[in-house]
Design a protein around this ligand. Structure first.
Ligand SMILES: C[S@@+](CC[C@H](N)C(=O)[O-])C[C@H]1O[C@@H](n2cnc3c(N)ncnc32)[C@H](O)[C@@H]1O
Ligand code: SF4
Length: 343
């Protein structure tokens, strides 16, 4: 057995320790996904919107498609186009519960990120978040992000040891990230800012043994009273595109199979907009984006979300045929939601 397979087997064994996990989780999965079965072709308003304000990154994480051969060119959404998009979405702000300002890229590389957060909040949007690798979160940016009033900052750290984190996330420096993260938490706590932090660990063969000490460490620094979280997600392979580090997880395979006819709630709930304005099927479609349902800089974003082509795919999911789509066949996102662990 090679070491990747051995590692993944150990992950699976530890996750299966409670017994019957696959059956229990697949029942939960069916319940969760069952919610979208109610849909009868009526106009959908997204509950969650992802706007990728920048496509481009300072890091080269092994499990991220940003490391794959370049298909999209690095770019930043111009501010005038971004504000027009927010204005077009503003009438739906009560229905939109979450607004994520990141896609495939590092939001702190976007010089307009703080202005964008303020703009969206000024238009009444709530539930804003960014996810960041923290490498660029210096003292000035720490204050700037908290001053925006953003609700959630997701902090991506993938090890408790410097060598583990840096092996997974090349071009980042663990000591600097640790200082930046502890500094951000101290500033928030000391000055009473409202932002919550989610410290997120993507579990994979290189770091799976570090989850327990990681959870212990970060638990001591976060604040449950402020709704902070430490989260463990399983790595996914972007539908086979970055599979070399994923290996075989038997527990996940069982779950994937038990969910393969379940419609994916993301395509009913989430509007995903690339830095160039093009609408993707989902977050997992951000790398090569075969779908491109329309461009929000030229069309109404809600119309694009409800386009006949998009609806045809929803229907395919509802008919239990999502396996017919290359991107959805073998996608482990629903499974990973069920395997998610909170620290
Ligand atoms: C694509 S990144 C963009 C935001 C930012 N650069 C960061 O790293 O947080 C968003 C999230 O996707 C996660 N991610 C990247 N590749 C992944 C994979 N193969 N499986 C699961 N999560 C992944 C990252 O760890 C990060 O938490
Ligand atoms: S920091 Fe984020 S966007 Fe950049 S390579 Fe890593 S996971 Fe991808």
């Amino acid at each position: 057995m090679n070491s990747t397979v051995k590692d993944q087997t150990r992950i699976a064994e530890s996750q299966s320790a409670g017994g019957g996990l696959a059956q229990q989780r697949s029942r939960q999965g069916a319940q969760v996904a069952g919610a979208c079965k109610e849909w009868r072709w009526e106009r959908l308003i997204p509950k969650r919107i992802v706007i990728e304000t920048i496509y481009g990154c300072n890091a080269r994480c092994h499990m991220c498609p940003i490391t794959l051969p370049e298909i999209r060119k690095p770019e930043i959404m111009p501010m005038d186009k971004y504000s027009a998009l927010i204005d077009a979405l503003a009438p739906y702000r009560e229905q939109v519960k979450m607004l994520d300002l990141f896609g495939l890229g590092e939001p702190l590389l976007d010089p307009l990120i703080f202005e964008r957060i303020r703009y969206a909040r000024g238009k009444g949007f709530r539930g804003l978040s960014i996810s960041t690798n923290m490498h660029l979160m210096d003292a000035v940016k720490r204050r700037a992000i908290l001053e925006t009033g953003i609700e959630t900052v997701i902090i991506s750290i993938d090890g408790i040891k410097k060598e583990t984190h840096e092996a997974i996330r090349p071009r980042t420096n663990y000591d600097r990230i640790l200082d930046n993260t502890l500094g951000l938490i101290r500033l928030r706590n000391g000055e009473g800012y409202k932002t919550r932090f989610v410290i997120r660990f993507i579990q994979q063969p290189r770091n799976h043994h570090e989850w327990e000490p990681y959870r212990e460490f970060w638990r001591q620094h976060i604040s449950k009273d402020r709704n902070d979280l430490v989260l463990c997600y399983q790595i996914h392979d972007w539908t086979g595109k970055v599979d070399e580090n994923v290996g075989v997880n038997p527990d996940r395979q069982v779950l994937d199979e038990s969910l393969e006819h379940v419609p994916c709630h993301h395509i009913f709930e989430k509007l995903v907009i690339q830095a160039n304005g093009s609408v993707s099927l989902c977050f997992e479609d951000l790398y090569d984006s075969p779908f491109q349902f329309g461009n929000v800089h030229a069309m109404d974003p809600i119309e694009v979300f409800n386009s006949p082509r998009f609806n045809k795919i929803r229907k395919l999911h509802l008919d239990g045929k999502r396996k017919n789509l290359e991107i959805c066949n073998g996608c482990s996102v629903l499974t990973n939601e069920l395997l998610r662990v909170e620290g």
